[in-house]
Design a protein around this ligand. Structure first.
Ligand code: SAH
Length: 228
């Protein structure tokens, strides 16, 4: 009986501790740095980032920095996730494609904001883990595919928006093709191992318009050997 009571209290304490850290993250790291979109702040106040990062990183989940997520990959710091999410102007009726599922955190943030999320991950261990974690957290509007995101996910195209969370040297052509007219894509582009430019890519009257947003550092966009 005493043990049960102890477990309940410590579980409550842990939950409370993470919630407090998350709210502080939204205020100090996002709102104070200029993230204005209320729905994005709200979504990031809600998504339990500590349950999507590896157990060893749980206590670091709400810190202002990128974190290792296994397989040599990293999840961006919360501010970059917020910045990219805000750039696509999320709306409740949108269908969004993400390339680079990683931990599933960005997908979960999107799932709070839009109707359908399709996300592609090239490292199968990461994709499988994210898929089961997202299911466990109850995100039923997210579909995860293991594959080379260079090809996008043609079956569900066109997309209102695309978020790419690994850095290719150029914007992949299939992603441009799968972007809806009037759609927005946010993508870090640049040479491997160097600082990249975060680009907003818009399709306006069939024309592609690129706007530089800021300098960022993402893991490289890899290609599967059998891909073209
Ligand atoms: N959005 C993730 C962070 C991603 S880190 C999150 O919220 O946790 C970048 C991810 O892109 C890594 O998991 C990496 O394996 C993946 N990636 C790299 N190249 C890729 C490609 N060609 N297709 C799909 N995923 C790719």
């Amino acid at each position: 009986m005493y043990i049960l009571w102890f477990l309940c209290v410590s579980f409550w304490f842990q939950t409370d501790r993470f919630e407090e850290a998350r709210h502080k993250m939204v205020t100090d790291q996002l709102a104070k740095r200029g993230i204005k979109e209320k729905s994005v702040l709200e979504a990031m106040r809600k998504v339990p980032r500590h349950l999507l990062v590896p157990e060893s990183q749980k206590d670091n989940a709400y810190l202002d920095r990128p974190l290792p997520i296994g397989q040599g990959q990293t999840i961006s710091q919360p501010y970059i996730v917020a910045l990219m999410t805000e750039q696509i102007h999320p709306e409740k009726d949108m269908k969004v494609l993400e390339i680079g599922t990683g931990s599933g955190y960005q997908a979960a943030v999107l799932a709070e904001l839009v109707k359908e999320v399709y996300t592609v991950e090239i490292v199968s261990e990461l994709g499988k883990k994210a898929k089961s974690d997202l299911k466990e957290l109850g995100y039923e509007n997210v579909s995860v595919k293991i594959g080379d995101g260079y090809q996008g996910w043609a079956e569900h195209a066109p997309y209102d928006a695309i978020i790419v969370t690994a850095a290719p040297e150029e914007v992949p052509k299939p992603l441009l093709d799968q972007l809806k007219e009037g759609g927005r894509m946010i993508i870090p582009v640049g040479p491997v191992g160097q600082t990249q430019e975060l680009l907003l890519v818009e399709k306006i009257d069939g024309e592609i318009k690129k706007t530089k947003k800021s300098l960022v550092r993402f893991v490289p966009f890899t290609r599967s050997p059998q891909a073209d």
